[in-house]
Design a protein around this ligand. Structure first.
Ligand SMILES: Cc1cc2nc3c(=O)[nH]c(=O)nc-3n(C[C@H](O)[C@H](O)[C@H](O)COP(=O)(O)OP(=O)(O)OC[C@H]3O[C@@H](n4cnc5c(N)ncnc54)[C@H](O)[C@@H]3O)c2cc1C
Length: 336
């Protein structure tokens, strides 16, 4: 009989682990939300979570290609803007590492992965509240049922994983190790503002802005074939009710009156999302050293997520690598 693995969390890491392990194991994938993707969230082709891939993210680029999706370069032609309380200056940024986006949004990659998981039992709205070690395996408990398995893989940010109850409790060292890992972009709030046209391009502007004064600290052009769009990361500490008005006022200051006539605003408020981040996740000044290797219950309970990868931890690439590393470990341990 095939061994059974329960994976908790259908973000990129959990989905990719399910994809890699599905031929050798029976897989049940339990997701708390009503959708897959976790920190990946695209609406009308606009990314409210991650948007970029880089040339050295080879596994991501290979997966995008294998999924029949297209990579589009980040628009960067023209001048950038630098905003301070004293005013706005134009400048020509020095060349930087090219970044690219996935046509249709990163959510298209999630859809493509889902289409390959028909042999996986994927259950939405199944928030795992308890994980219990039994004599012959491990069980994951949700409001709807108990799922017994040979192994459980928790594929959520480490601090989010500690919100689950564990019986017997995790060793203090294990819990401490998970709690010590900051969630990448766990503090983030990202606005996307869509327009009929990318009107700033005709003014010789790339859409890239660094601001020390507006609610959006960093802005980029993320237009699609259908419409113009700008995304901005909300400055840490800005959390007012009137934030949408302040965002539009800032865009008008930077790009002119046309910015007032937006089609739609999208709000990716990750720091308020308990399935994506923990209350102690603050803004990170530098990229943390990721790569924890944490397991429990005699090696039958595993913790993965992008933060578990030594290489490109935090990024989409790290989520793929963390899933691949665990899959290789399980194939090796259980080869016969
Ligand atoms: C605003 C923002 C911008 C970003 N920009 C980029 C970028 O440009 N490029 C890049 O490479 N990366 C970027 N990232 C990082 C990227 O999003 C992550 O690396 C990646 O999505 C993490 O995937 P994951 O599967 O490890 O975790 P998650 O996506 O967090 O997945 C965890 C899953 O577990 C589920 N879950 C949690 N608890 C439970 C439970 N108890 N029971 C059941 N399910 C549960 C969650 O709902 C979620 O679906 C960005 C992130 C954010 C937030």
């Amino acid at each position: 009989m095939q061994r059974h693995i329960v994976i908790v969390g259908a973000g990129l890491c959990g989905l990719y682990a399910a994809y890699l392990l599905r031929e050798k194991y029976r897989i049940t994938l339990l997701e708390a939300r009503e959708r897959a993707g976790g920190r990946i969230l695209s609406r009308n082709g606009h990314d409210l979570g991650p948007s970029w891939v880089w040339p050295h993210h080879r596994n991501m680029l290979a997966l995008v290609r294998a999924s029949g999706l297209e990579i589009i370069p980040q628009y960067s032609q023209g001048e950038a803007l630098y905003e301070t309380p004293q005013g706005v200056q134009r400048f020509l940024p020095p060349p930087s590492m090219p970044t690219a986006r996935i046509k249709g949004g990163v959510g298209s990659l999630v859809d493509a992965l889902l289409s390959r998981l028909h042999d996986v039992e994927l259950r939405y709205e199944e928030k795992v509240t308890q994980i219990i070690q039994g004599s012959e395996g491990v069980s994951a408990v949700t409001g709807r049922g108990t799922y017994r398995a040979d192994r459980v893989i928790v594929a959520a940010a480490p601090r989010v994983a500690t919100r689950i109850g564990y019986t017997p409790p995790l060793a203090p060292m294990t819990e401490g190790a998970l709690n010590a890992v900051p969630t990448w972009m766990g503090h983030a709030r990202k606005y996307v503002v869509a327009y009929a046209e990318p009107f700033w391009r005709a003014k010789g502007l790339s859409g890239f802005v660094f601001s020390h004064s507006g609610p959006l600290a960093e802005i980029h052009d993320v237009s699609t074939e259908e419409e113009g769009a700008l995304f901005g990361f909300v400055r840490q500490g800005v959390d007012t009710q009137e934030i949408e008005e302040a965002v539009i006022a800032q865009l008008v200051r930077l790009f002119g009156e046309e910015a007032r006539h937006y089609r739609k605003i999208y709000d990716g408020h990750w720091r308020r999302d308990p399935l994506a981040s923990a209350p102690e996740d603050a803004a990170l000044m530098t990229h943390p050293e990721y790569g924890h290797d944490t397991e429990a219950y005699d090696g039958r309970l595993h913790f993965i997520s992008t933060e578990a990868s030594h290489i490109e931890g935090g990024y989409l690439e790290g989520a793929l690598l963390a899933a691949r590393d665990l899959a290789q470990k399980l194939w090796y341990c259980e080869r016969e």
